[in-house]
Design a protein around this ligand. Sequence first.
Ligand code: RIB
Length: 338
Amino acid sequence: MSTIQDVAKYAGVSISTVSRVLNGTARVNPDVMVRVRTAIEALNYQPSRAARALRSNQSSIIGLLITDIQNPFFTALVRGVEDVAQRNGYSLILCNSDENPLKEQQYIEVLCSQRVAGAIVVPTREQAHSLQPFRELGIPALAVDRRVKDPDIDTVVVDNQRGAYEAVKHLCANGYQRIGVVTGPQTTTTGRERLLGYRRALIESGITPDPQLERQGPFKMAAGQQFAGELLDLDEPVDALFVANNLLTIGALEAISMRNMRIPEDIAIVAFDDIPWAALGSVSLTTVTQPVYELGSTAALRLFQRMQKGASFTRQEIVLSPTLHVRNSSQPRQPLLA
Ligand code: RIB
């Protein structure tokens, strides 16, 4: 039996274009309309009963697209979204883009073809219009955790710059002078804003940011280990590290352990994101904690508001506050002089 993907391939268009032709909710180029209708007849495509129900806006499904299903950070975010969805009688389709913009777009097309009632996306990059297919079909959608460059898209984020600023100000106040940073891709607002907060804290503490002490790359453990190792191996090594997410931090801790370095005696460290065992173990980790469950539940509540009110709502940006939890890993090496 032919699928909507077969029709799109046959007609040489996207799945969302086929959806628009099928449900007529948006203008379609006449030539494209002919190609799609020709494909539907040639393939004898019969939209499934479920697809017909979904297209008639009877969908009781919300789409949630995250960037890394292996990152435990997203577990609490998904739970926050799902609890609100369930309370409103909706189910969830969970998708994983693997921080890959192409995969992100493929999943957006799939969610459009399933005619979800609404969608929440953790963007792989700040690229504008990545959520355009939803708008074309009149599906309410919003960005969570990271921003997109789109003035019409609601956003629910944490104040990343503030969290990074407080973490690094704290290290400076404890006497650390050569503070390195390991952050994520600058194409993401989380990676970029945490770097900006780091730099602002140094400047306000009278320290000129040194590009040699900055590393940026994928939000992955391997990158954390590589970049932290580079900073620890400098001729004039860093005396503290600010690491911009949980996976990078696990990698950085591996690099420190491989060098038999002690925390904080040989190297201080502050991590963005809580790590379940942060308060345990011989060295408790100073962390910037994000209200992750609240990030998900707030995003879902905002989406349901949009679904009820349609386009009449004005765009909103909701910014939640992170919290610095000071523990042993960032304590001053030498007692600070009174
Ligand atoms: O560990 C996940 C956190 O780091 C999220 O904020 C995600 O966007 C990444 O920046």
